[in-house]
Ligand binder design. Sequence first.
Ligand SMILES: NC(=O)c1ccc[n+]([C@@H]2O[C@H](COP(=O)([O-])OP(=O)(O)OC[C@H]3O[C@@H](n4cnc5c(N)ncnc54)[C@H](OP(=O)(O)O)[C@@H]3O)[C@@H](O)[C@H]2O)c1
Length: 341
Amino acid sequence: MKNYDLLLFGFGHVAQGLLALLEQWHADHPEGPRFRIVGIQTGRRGSVYKSSGLDLRELQGIGRGGSLADLRSGHGLERDLSERALLERDADFQLELGPGNLETGQPALDRCRDSLRQGRPVVLADKGPLVCGWTELQQLAQDYRAALRYEATVMAGTPCLRFLKDNLAGQRITRIEGLFSGSCSFILRKLEQGEGLESAVIQAKKEGYLEADPRADLLGWDTRSKLQILAAHIWGKVLAKEDLPVQGIEGLDPDRVQREAQAGRRLRLLGELRLRDGRPQGRVRLEALAVSDPLARLEGVQNGLRVSCEPLGSLLLCGPGAGDRVTASAVLLDLLDLTRV
Ligand SMILES: NC(=O)c1ccc[n+]([C@@H]2O[C@H](COP(=O)([O-])OP(=O)(O)OC[C@H]3O[C@@H](n4cnc5c(N)ncnc54)[C@H](OP(=O)(O)O)[C@@H]3O)[C@@H](O)[C@H]2O)c1
C-alpha cells in the first residue's frame, strides 16, 4: 500500500466530490493506493499545506463555502502560502480543478508547465490549459517524463477519452458528433417544457451546471473547447478556435424550440468533427434532432457521443456530463491510472 500526495488547485464542486470519493475508495480498498491531500489553493479562501496530509473529514466540513482558515492548526499546518511556494512543496500529483480560462488557460497553464518541468504528473478537470497549450504541455510531459491526464475535461465522468483512445484503438475514426454541454441540453429541455430562457438559465446556475463564466456555455465556447481537445486527442491535430465556427443558445427564441418540439424534433447544441483529407473540420451548431435520435432522448445533463469508425461503424456512448462526484470520478480514474504508471 503506497501513499500518493495530492496538490489541489481549486476547491469547488469537483474538489468536494473528490473528497467524498477518496473516502469511499479508501474504505472499499484497504489494500489499494491511498491518496492524501497535502496542499490546497483556492481563489478567495486562502491556501494550506501539510506534508503529513490534511484531514479529509475536516475538509468536507469546510465544503465549498467555508474558509481554509477554519482548519484546525494541527502540527505542521502552513497557511496562506503563495502559489509559487505551494508549487515548490512536495507532492506526487497536481490536480487542476480551478474555474478555467478558455482564452489564456491561466493561471493553471503556468502551474502545469511548472509541475511538468519538475517531473510531477498533472491531472486536469480544467480545459483551459489544454485548449491554450496542448502542444507545449504534451512536449513537456514527454521531455520530463511526467504524465498529463485530462479525462474529466470532456463528458465529465463518462470516460469518453479513454473509450476513444483505448477501446477504439485500431479503428479508423472518421467522424464524431455529440452533445457535450449538459447545461445547454438542460436549458433547451426547460424551454421545450414552456420555461423562458432567463428562468431556465437561472435554474441551471442554481444546480451548479453552468461554468463560472456562463457565457462559456451559452455562447457554445465550452462545446468548442471540447471539440478542440477531442481533435487533438483522437487525431493529434490542434485546432484554433477560429477553425471551429460556433453557434450558442444565447438570445434563442423559446418559440423556435417549441415549434421544433411540436414537429417531433428537439433542438440541441451539437458539436461535430469530421476528418477531411486527414484534417478534422468541425463546428458547434443548434441542430433539430428527430426525437427518435438517441442523442435527442438524453435527459438532464446527460452527454452523448456518436462515433463513426472503420470497421466497427457507428457507436454511441452516453452518460452524465456534469456534477461534483460524477466529474470527480474521472479525476479519480486518472489518479488510479497514474499509480500504475
Ligand atoms: N462541475 C462540473 O460538473 C464539471 C464538469 C467537467 C469539468 N469541470 C471543470 O472542472 C473545473 C472545476 O469545476 P467546479 O465546478 O469545481 O468549479 P467551482 O465550483 O467554480 O470551483 C472552482 C474553484 O477554483 C478556485 N479558484 C478560483 N481561482 C483560482 C486560482 N487562481 N487558483 C486556484 N484556484 C482558484 C475557486 O476558489 P474559491 O472557492 O475561493 O472561489 C473554487 O474553489 C472547471 O474548470 C470546470 O470547467 C467541471
